[in-house]
Design a protein around this ligand. Sequence first.
Ligand SMILES: [Zn+2]
Ligand SMILES: [Zn+2]
Ligand SMILES: [Zn+2]
Length: 284
Amino acid sequence: MLVTFLGTAAANAFPEAFCKCDHCEQARLHGGASLRKRSALLVNDDLLIDLGPDIMAASQMHRCSLTNVRYCLQTHPHADHFDPSHFLSRSPGFGVIGAPELNFYASAETIQRAAMTFERDLADYSLLSVEAEKLLNLAIHTIEPFVPFTFGSYRVIAVPANHAPGMGAMLYAVEANGRSIFYGIDTAELFEQAWQSFIRFNLHFDLVILDHTYGLRESGSDHLSASQFVQHIVRMRREGILKPDGRAFATHIAHQGNPAHADLVEYTRSQGYEVAYDGLILEI
Ligand SMILES: [Zn+2]
Ligand SMILES: [Zn+2]
Ligand SMILES: [Zn+2]
């Protein structure tokens, strides 16, 4: 599996355009890997995790074509992960001819919110209508937590995130060709039922990507801090959920608690994990 980080920032990007804090000023000075767009992930060239607000910019900047994307796993409907105008921009009506049909997978709550936003702001027809499927070259699939589903060469298990109660936020375990990854943003400490599901479904990840929003700050109720990140990885390694040679990467990086990239790399290396950056490609 090839994994490309299209974005690695939390909700307000990094550097945050309106902010003069030390972290943002350092990130501006260093540029490169310190410049983070809102989080999204590309698996191989056909599976996108999150139809995020910055995927167009990411595609341009990292010369990463999304023309083969035919599957999208949506974590939740927060605006830093979901821009429904992309349904339109990839459609024949916007001049995109011959693109594969997009199979969009999300929880019922996320789909409901997506439909609400789409109809309120973007179109005079329902996102959930037959008309929409045709006009947008789109198939929408409602997924349930802990019920494995498959498409193409992928097998996916959705796990509820400890985040945005009532929005049906999901984290995803994705397996293909004998390799497996876990994409764990946005979330606070994983629910115990998530841990149990890893064991029940016999999941052993080659790559774990986890929320690092708070960084070196105190943790909160909706995301992870660096110390919580470490606790999760230690437990995953101890229980064999992360393979002995598996890699752990931090993403969804906010400017308040995380320094610019070079300093963050130094810190995370000392703690036994790695930090992603925009445009990073991993072969798993
Ligand atoms: Zn987020
Ligand atoms: Zn800042
Ligand atoms: Zn969120």
